[in-house]
Write a protein that binds this ligand. Sequence first.
Ligand SMILES: [Zn+2]
Length: 121
Amino acid sequence: MSGEGVIPNRVSITRRFKRGTICCPQCNSDALIRDSDQETELTKALWIMCGNVDCGMTWKAQISFVYVLSPSAIPRADLVLPKAPEGYQRRVYAAGPPAAGPDPNQFNMFDEGEHHAAAAA
Ligand SMILES: [Zn+2]
């Protein structure tokens, strides 16, 4: 067994994110970012090496700024960053099932008057 074509299990993938490694596109093994260069203010080049000795591929990748989701509280007049498309939402969650009725274990803040009246009686 040489290890080519080995797909890491879920634990390995979770560990990869914690260590800052990425996946080799050729053999799916963990790969390490060995060096980086800030190419522009919004683009960084990454020099990456596959950790699988049987693969041994090295490559260049890029991280680039795409757009602002929430603006910075520190303004910079010399930097104009693209904004997210109008109405952009990263995820849309489906609504849960409709409630059958009011939860008897939940205090209703709108019934305060009735609650006091009942307590006084
Ligand atoms: Zn590889």
